[in-house]
Every structure is written in structure tokens, then in C-alpha cells.
Design a protein around this ligand. Structure first.
Ligand code: NAG
Ligand code: NAG
Ligand code: NAG
Ligand code: NAG
Ligand code: NAG
Ligand code: NAG
Length: 913
């Protein structure tokens, strides 16, 4: 068998090689070294730099033989590596002509002058310029460099620069390093949308502002922002760290960060946590001290409070004690005095203000001068006065612990939330003054001996903001900073989507009804809720895209549509917990299929059936990770009823998960080649035709109708999924490439499946939309013959379906089709005719030259009349509306639709009579 397989592949390779031999010869002739733009740019570079390897000679072909440190691919320069060679000089502007360059490594040299604009290097993935003497970077340096994955700009004496929004196009960016390079300005929000970003190293710069909250949910592992040199430094809260689960290394030392260390219990692999020399306050959270992966922590020179932290992990480096405000010491650890503990709970409600942290030293609140605290002779707290301190946050229920408290002054702050019920239990309380805050909620019933001062809280007592202080006090001054969890957003999205969907359906129905009655009176208002214009637009476009509104042949389930909106309404991220739940913890029983890429599970997400593709990135490696990201990027941009919809994704630790709509009918491959073992009837010819038309429409959309032109690159029966009505959707967009509009073909890394690869792609890597057309032609052949494109059980000369089919059709078409057609098909005369036409189409689609193959729209035009042959109606009597009480809803709908069309035709006809 293995021998057969080898022979079979050899036969295919022979065929393919023969087909493109001429083409190759032509290309190679054209690429003469002296005229190539790359050679000129390389000679410029060789002249501009000194200290180069001896093979760098202006005038010689840089690729043949390759100059030292240069890599070429298909006659173009793809890599330059001159790292640490003592090279000096200034980079010439013509460097930007090397448009195939994917790796430029010039690090640790003596290069000087400005870095030239490289915006035409759209394939550049790796850029190492660190450790040189460059003096400036153009403002729009990152424009056009959208393929960048690794950037290193450390240790450069650049003129001050800032991170331009142009970098946001580099969606694959994984490693961004620019320490000690005069970077100024703030950290942009878009960093949170770079899904692949793992390393952000920007230490020793002049950055200011705060860590953007958009980094919540980001996959960043190394966050190094230490030692900003500007007077202002980086500042604000570090709460967002708690929502960055992948962090292993956090270096924030020597900045001006404030507020508490957040709960880090979701950061499960933290190794290094360096925050010394900031102004952090609050109690060190147990999630940090109990973290067992921790190897390194420095907390000194902050205003940290509470008990001296006792770390569980026996790590190497530890710098905790000096310059903090702990109540106990390393020598005598243990809990704080109960009054201190209660005061810290009060401070937590306010978000641990620095003014309290600075003032509250030691473990005796009544001894020294603690801000706001007054005690009696028995050292019980009697008055707490936090008036006019600009405190935000909430009133902590822990005030109730001061059983001797007589006066509580909280006036003239920015406190929110409600007055906790627990305050009514204070037996000695005489005065509660909360004037001029922003409190809300129900007013607890205090005893009549308490003087209440409540003015200046317009929402107090309205019972609307029912949030209790105890529940929202967790994050102090910044509760809900991240605008609610992503899961929350998702659920909200689903609810909104459902409402919108129902609204749309109702609107459509009304629209139809009304149209029928009022004939061409223009649009019917759809009752768009004023605050949801975006969603409504998307919804109605979707309906219109179906052309005829509700197509009775193709009814998507409500869940399908609802989930499609979920994506539009952002919340695409799903938590690993939810996916575990949906798939019964990835149970064996839920497995739908396996492949080189990973495993696909069936799942139930709150009643919606989903398919979850699970990859583990250690198995997938970098390439797999790229495909994961590519698929998300593409499926976010394309939506079509013949393309499988992405409902969400999740990357958590090693897990990479993609969530799709569930397709209950399995793959086209199973229906074509495994129907016997699966105990199913074979597909009829009509079903096959409908399926290929669906596929053709999906691919036509990808090629020419979506916002951008995409190439699927891996079209094959196992990537075509069927629903319960055997309607098809194309799936697996991991290899999709953007086809540049101006440039119809380009070189690329070979990817795809043998048998379906177009000849020019298999041998030269040239990719255009025509490679999908080729694969589509192969699928047509498989549908006609019921044979796999490569059949290893046959002798080598017969194993390649494309070769046999093309030969057969060209020689004696009729005899050949009779012999080759799938024996399980029962064909009437009409079928035989359409089969012959599809065979012709297959022949054209698999033409040896790309230009010989039609566009996908041609295939759609050819196939659609075969599927849905229009015949003029012979029966002119319009059915009457009265006698239909026995009809089902679907029948009525169908008939109503038919009537609608007919009446339009009739009136049209009438005007011509
Ligand atoms: C780069 O950014 C500049 C200014 O921010 C903008 O004008 C320009 O259009 C951007 N270019 C690209 C290619 O994104
Ligand atoms: C910063 O870079 C300069 C060269 O530009 C180098 O001399 C200096 O040592 C670097 N500073 C740090 C802290 O690495
Ligand atoms: C940790 O993650 C879970 C699930 O995403 C979330 O519900 C919880 O609030 C997170 N905890 C913190 C402290 O962020
Ligand atoms: C701990 O951090 C210091 C710098 O703060 C570093 O030099 C050291 O290598 C780190 N140790 C470990 C085990 O990560
Ligand atoms: C009073 O303090 C104790 C421990 O200090 C704490 O467990 C309790 O929750 C506090 N009471 C209130 C009402 O917060
Ligand atoms: C009070 O809180 C609301 C939000 O709940 C906010 O919009 C308003 O600006 C706040 N008012 C003051 C005076 O802080």
C-alpha cells in the first residue's frame, strides 16, 4: 500500500511538473540578475555600509551564490542578517525596494543616521534594529508594515518618538521590544486588540499615562514597563493586571503607579512580579503571596499596607520589607490589630487612598496621629472623620466594627453606592454626615438618636441604585473598571441579537404583508429602536442578501442568525470555562472529528449547538498559532450563508479554541466517500448540484464580493460542511490569504492538500483566486465520479482523477462519462444533460494555466440554472386567499411569497397589454 501511494504521488508530481515546465522556463528567463530591482537595492546597500562580509560585492548577483547573511527565495531577497558584525554606515532609502523581504536583522552594529521609511515591505515579519546609533525613526514608520511579528528597537539614541496608530495594522505582532529608545507619549489602546502580542518590553523610555484597560483579556506574557525616565512616569492603577491571565513577567518598577495590587488569582503562571519604587497602597493580596509559580517579587518602596506578606513560594529573589507601611514586620509577622484590620477594610472601600497609607503607620491607630481617627482613653475609636478628602469608592460595611463609634464624617467626597445597613447596628452612633457625595439606594432605618446629614446626594433614597456597598467595594475607587466581564457582554449581545432578530423577522413579515396590499408604496418603517441602528442595519442587510427574503429551500435556524449577530456585537471572546461546560469538559463522546490541526467537539452553549475546534499551541507550534489568528481575522470580516460562521474564540494558556455554528450534516467527504459505512443513502445528483452551487457562491463571495478579496487555499470535500437539509457551507479558513487587488498573484509558502493543489501553485507557490477554482474543479470531478482525487488502491497511471478525467473528456466524452459516472447515481435525461455540463465546467476549472480557468462567478452562473430551472407558469389563475385554513404555516408562507411574485409579474404584464 505504501508503495502504491508513493507511485501514485510520483505520477501526480510528474503530471504537475510537465504542466508547468514551460511556465517556469519563461519565469526563470525573466529574472535575470542585472535587471532585478532587488539586485540594485542590494548594491546600494553594499556601497552604503562598511565592515560587510567579503561576498557583498556591488555588481554581483546577491542570490547566486547568496551573499553571506542573505537568503533568497524564488530570485527575490527574503532575508538579510547582519547582526553583531561591526557594520557601520547609513541605510539607503532604496532598501524599501526589497518588497519580498521578510526578515531584516541589523542589530548590534554601528549603523547611524535616520532609519528609512520601509512602508513597501509588506511581507516584513522580523525587524531587529536594536543596539545601533540610528538617530530618528519616521513618524509613519509602521505604516504598511502589516506583516510584522517581531520588532526590536532597544537601545537606540533616537529622537523622541511615539507608538503610531499605524502599528495597529500589524495584527500578527507577537513581540514588541523598544526599551531605552526615547519612546514617549502614552501606551495606545490598540495594543489590547493585537491578539498575538506576547512580549511588550518598553522599559527605560519617557512613557506617561496609564496601562490601558483595553489590555484586559490580552495574551501578553511579558509586560516590561519599568524605569520610565520622564518626570511623570507611568501612573494610575494596575487593576488591569488581574485580567491578563497569561502574564509570567511583570516589571513595573520605578514608576508612579498607585492603588492596590489587584486580585491575581486568574494569573496562574506568574513568575516575576517587580513593582518596587511606585506608590502602591493596600493589602498585598493572598493571590500573590500564595502563588507557587512565583520566582521573583520585589515590593519595596511602596505604601503597601496590612500584615507583612508571607510568601508561600520559596523563590530566589525577594525584596519586600523596606519602605512600606506594613502593620507587622518580617521579624514579628502575623495579623494586624483588629482596629487596623477594620480601618484597612474601610480604606479598601475608598480604593486605598495614598493619603491614608502615608499617615497610618504601625499597628496602633490610637497612639500616633492617624489621619481621621480619634480614640477615647480606652483606645477605642470614637470618631472617624474623612470629610473633604476627595475620596471615591464606597462606604465599607466594616465601619460597623467600631462599636464605640459616635461620629462618622464622610461629607464632601465622591462616594457612590449605598449606605450599608450594618451602620444601623452601631450602638453609640450620634452623627452620620454624608452630605455632598453621590450616594444612592435605599436609606437604612437608623434609630432616632442618630443625627443624619444627607443633603447633596440627589439619588439617595430613590431605591434605584440598589448596589450594596459590600458587593461593589472590591476594587475600591474603580469598581467595574473593565466595563463588565466579556461573558456579560456576550450574554447582553445575545439578548440584543435575539430582540433584534425577532424585530427584523416581524418587520420583514409586516413589510411583505403591507407590500402585498399597497403595491410599491415604498419602504415600510421597520420600527428601529433609536439606540440600535448598527445592529438593525446588519440584520436587514442580511435579509436582503438572501435576495428573496425567506427562502423556503434554505431556512437557517433562528439560533444561527442570532449567533451571527453576536460576532458583530464584538463579544467574540468566550471563556475556557464556558467552553468546558458546553462540551462536557471536552468529553470523548462529544468528538465530531480529528485532524492534524486538533480535535473538533460538539457542544451546547446555552441551548445553541456549537462546534468547537480545539488546538493546543504546543502541538500546533507557531504556524498553527498563525492559522488560528488568520481564521479569526478572516471570519470576522466575512459573513455569508455559504461560509461557516465563527461564533467565538478562546485562547487560554496552551489552548486555542474556535467556536463555529454546528453543522449537523457532517462533511461532503463523508457523504461522498463514506456513505456506505455510515449507513446513509448516497447523495442524489440534484443534491450534489445544490451543494456545489452553495460552495461556488461561498467562494465567489470570498473572491470578489466581500470587503477584501480572499483566497481559501484549502478547498476540499472534508472542508465543506452540510446542514440537516444538506445545504453546504465552506469551512476551515486557517490558510486563507488576502489577495492584493493590484497584484493578482504572489509567492507564498505552500499550504493546502495534495490532489487539490493547482499546478502553478504546487510548483512555484504563485497564488491567485484561480487556485480555488482549480480545487473546485477537482471537487466537481469527485462529485461526478464518486471517486477520491487520489485513489491509492489503483495502479499509478490511474490514480490521479484529474489526469484521467481531463484525458477522458477531451477524447471521447460520452463514453468516458458513461464509464466513469458514480454508479450509485440514478439519472434521468435532464440529469444526464446537466451532468455533461458540469463535466465541462470541471474541465475548464482544472485548466493547466490560471487564465484558462473561469472566475468563480462563471461557475455560479453556469450552475444556478441547472439547480433551479426556471419555467414560465402555465397556470394563470391566481389562487384565492380565502380557502387555506388547512395549510401549514410554511405552505402559507411559500404560497404568499409566490403570490407576491406573481402579482408583480401580472401587473407588469398588464401595463404592456
Ligand atoms: C499612518 O498614520 C498616519 C497618521 O497617523 C495616517 O495619516 C496614515 O494614513 C497612516 N497610514 C497607514 C498606511 O495606515
Ligand atoms: C541605552 O542605550 C544607550 C545607547 O543608545 C546605551 O549606551 C545605554 O547603556 C543604554 N541604557 C540602558 C539602561 O541600557
Ligand atoms: C477570573 O476569571 C473568571 C472567569 O473569567 C471571572 O469570573 C473572575 O471574575 C476573574 N477573577 C478576577 C479576580 O478577575
Ligand atoms: C529576579 O529579578 C532580577 C531583576 O529584578 C533578575 O536579575 C533575576 O534574574 C530574577 N530571578 C529570577 C529567578 O527570575
Ligand atoms: C469586622 O471585622 C471582622 C474582622 O476584622 C470581619 O471579619 C468582619 O467582616 C467585619 N465586620 C463587618 C460588618 O465588616
Ligand atoms: C454621580 O454618579 C453618576 C453616575 O452614577 C455620574 O454620572 C455623576 O457625574 C456623578 N456626580 C458627581 C457630582 O460626581
Amino acid at each position: 500500500m505504501a508503495e502504491r501511494r508513493k507511485l501514485c504521488l510520483a505520477a501526480v508530481v510528474q503530471f504537475v511538473t510537465f504542466v508547468v515546465a514551460l511556465d517556469l522556463a519563461r519565469q526563470c528567463g525573466a529574472a535575470s540578475p542585472s535587471s532585478s530591482p532587488d539586485a540594485k537595492a542590494m548594491w546600494d546597500l553594499a556601497r552604503a555600509l562598511s565592515g560587510l562580509p567579503s561576498s557583498w560585492k556591488s555588481g554581483s548577483d546577491p542570490c547566486d551564490p547568496e551573499w553571506e547573511g542573505v537568503t533568497c527565495s524564488a530570485g527575490r531577497i527574503s532575508g538579510i542578517n547582519l547582526g553583531s558584525r561591526g557594520v557601520s554606515g547609513t541605510l539607503p532609502v532604496s532598501l524599501s525596494a526589497l518588497t519580498s523581504l521578510s526578515s531584516l536583522r541589523l542589530h548590534r552594529n554601528r549603523l547611524s543616521g535616520p532609519v528609512p521609511l520601509l512602508s513597501s515591505l509588506s511581507s516584513l515579519q522580523t525587524l531587529f534594529l536594536d543596539g545601533n546609533a540610528f538617530d530618528s525613526l519616521p513618524d509613519t514608520f509602521f505604516a504598511g508594515l502589516s506583516a510584522l511579528q517581531e520588532i526590536s528597537l532597544d537601545d537606540l539614541p533616537l529622537a523622541p518618538w511615539s507608538i503610531s496608530h499605524n502599528l495597529s495594522a500589524a495584527v500578527g505582532l507577537a513581540d514588541f521590544s523598544a526599551s531605552n529608545s526615547s519612546l514617549s507619549g502614552t501606551l495606545p489602546d490598540f495594543l489590547g486588540s493585537l491578539l498575538n502580542l506576547r512580549v511588550l518590553r518598553l522599559s527605560y523610555n519617557q512613557l506617561t499615562g496609564s496601562i490601558p484597560s483595553s489590555l484586559a483579556g490580552s495574551g501578553i506574557q511579558q509586560l516590561l514597563l519599568n524605569n520610565q525616565q520622564d518626570r511623570d512616569k507611568l501612573s494610575g492603577s494596575i487593576d488591569v493586571l488581574g485580567a491578563m491571565p497569561q502574564l509570567t513577567m511583570v516589571w513595573l518598577q520605578s514608576n508612579s503607579f498607585t492603588g492596590p495590587i489587584p486580585d491575581l488569582s486568574n494569573v496562574t503562571a506568574l513568575e516575576s512580579f517587580n513593582v518596587r519604587d511606585n506608590a502602591l497602597t493596600g493589602v498585598v493580596p493572598p493571590s500573590l503571596t500564595s502563588c507557587l509559580t512565583l520566582k521573583n517579587a520585589t515590593l519595596s518602596n511602596n505604601l503597601l499596607q496590612g500584615p507583612f506578606p508571607q510568601f508561600a513560594s520559596k523563590f530566589a529573589t525577594l525584596d519586600v520589607g523596606t519602605g512600606n507601611q506594613f502593620c507587622t514586620s518580617a521579624a514579628a509577622p502575623g495579623p494586624c490589630d483588629p482596629r487596623v484590620t477594620a480601618l484597612l477594610a474601610v480604606a479598601e472601600g475608598f480604593g486605598y487612598p495614598a493619603v491614608l497609607a502615608k499617615s497610618w503607620k504601625g499597628n496602633e491607630p490610637c497612639g500616633a496621629n492617624w489621619l481621621g481617627v480619634t480614640c477615647d482613653a480606652q483606645k477605642s475609636v470614637t470618631v472617624l472623620n474623612f470629610a473633604s478628602q476627595h475620596f471615591g469608592g464606597v462606604i465599607s460595611p466594616a465601619f460597623a466594627n467600631f462599636t464605640s463609634l459616635r461620629q462618622l464624617h464622610l461629607s464632601n467626597n465622591d462616594l457612590t453606592g449605598s449606605i450599608p445597613d450594618s451602620l444601623t447596628q452601631l450602638p453609640q452612633l450620634q452623627v452620620l454626615d454624608v452630605t455632598n457625595n453621590n450616594l444612592s439606594g435605599k436609606m437604612p432605618s437608623f434609630s432616632s438618636s442618630v443625627t443624619l446629614k444627607l443633603e447633596g446626594n440627589p439619588k439617595l433614597g430613590t431605591d434605584s441604585g440598589s448596589s450594596d456597598g459590600s458587593s461593589s467595594g472590591m476594587f475600591g475607587s474603580s469598581p467595574g473598571q473593565f466595563g463588565g466581564s466579556k461573558a456579560g457582554g456576550m450574554i447582553a449581545g445575545i439578548v440584543v441579537a435575539m430582540v433584534v432578530l425577532v424585530g427584523c423577522l416581524a418587520a420583514l413579515f409586516l413589510h411583505r404583508r403591507k407590500k402585498k396590499q399597497e403595491e410599491k408604496l415604498g419602504h415600510v418603517p421597520t420600527g428601529t429602536p433609536p439606540n440600535e441602528p448598527e445592529l438593525i442595519n446588519i440584520g436587514s442587510n442580511r435579509m436582503n442578501a438572501n435576495g428573496r427574503g425567506l427562502d423556503p429551500l434554505y431556512t437557517q435556524s433562528g439560533a444561527d442568525r442570532a449567533s451571527a449577530y453576536v460576532g458583530e456585537a464584538q463579544g467574540m471572546y468566550m471563556s475556557i470555562q464556558n467552553l468546558r461546560k458546553a462540551t462536557n469538559n471536552f468529553s470523548e463522546e462529544n468528538i465530531l472529528g480529528r485532524g492534524g490541526f486538533g480535535v473538533v467537539y460538539k457542544g451546547d452553549h446555552n441551548g445553541t449547538l456549537i462546534a468547537v475546534k480545539r488546538n493546543q499551541c504546543d502541538v500546533m507550534g507557531k504556524k498553527g498559532n498563525e492559522e488560528f489568528k488568520a481564521e479569526i481575522d478572516v471570519l470576522r470580516k466575512v459573513r455569508h450563508r455559504n461560509l461557516v460562521a465563527l461564533l467565538g474564540y478562546c485562547d487560554d494558556g496552551q489552548e486555542r479554541l474556535l467556536v463555529y455554528e454546528y453543522m449537523s450534516g457532517g462533511t461532503l467527504g463523508e457523504h461522498l466517500f463514506e456513505w456506505q459505512s455510515r449507513n446513509e443513502p448516497p447523495l442524489t445528483w440534484k443534491q450534489r448540484l445544490t451543494i456545489v452551487l452553495d460552495v461556488a457562491r461561498g467562494i465567489e463571495y470570498l473572491h470578489s464580493l466581500a470587503q477584501e478579496s480572499f483566497i481559501h487555499r484549502d478547498l476540499k470535500p472534508s472542508n465543506i460542511l452540510l446542514d440537516k437539509d444538506l445545504r453546504a457551507k465552506v469551512s476551515d479558513f486557517g490558510l486563507v490569504k488576502l489577495a492584493a487587488d493590484n497584484q493578482k498573484s504572489m509567492m507564498t509558502r505552500l499550504a493546502g492538500t495534495f490532489g487539490y493543489l493547482a499546478p502553478e501553485y504546487a510548483t512555484t507557490g504563485k497564488v491567485s483566486t484561480k487556485i480555488d477554482v482549480y480545487a473546485f474543479g477537482v471537487i466537481l470531478m469527485e462529485l461526478i465520479t464518486g471517486r477520491k482525487v487520489l485513489d491509492e488502491s489503483l495502479p499509478p497511471e490511474d490514480c490521479h482523477l484529474v489526469a484521467i478525467f481531463r484525458r477522458g473528456i477531451s477524447h471521447e466524452k460520452k463514453t468516458f462519462l458513461n464509464a466513469m459516472v458514480d454508479q450509485v447515481l440514478e439519472l434521468d435525461e435532464e440529469d444526464q444533460q446537466s451532468l455533461a455540463e458540469v463535466a465541462d465546467l470541471a474541465w475548464h476549472c482544472t485548466g493547466r494555466e490560471p487564465y484558462q480557468r473561469p472566475d468563480m462567478s462563471h461557475a455560479v452562473n453556469k450552475l444556478s440554472p441547472l439547480v433551479d430551472q426556471w419555467k414560465p407558469t402555465t397556470n394563470c389563475t391566481d389562487e384565492d386567499d380565502g380557502d387555506n385554513s388547512s395549510m401549514s404555516l410554511t405552505q402559507r408562507l411559500e404560497r404568499w411569497q409566490r403570490n407576491n411574485t406573481n402579482s408583480a409579474t401580472d401587473s407588469f404584464g398588464f401595463t404592456f397589454k
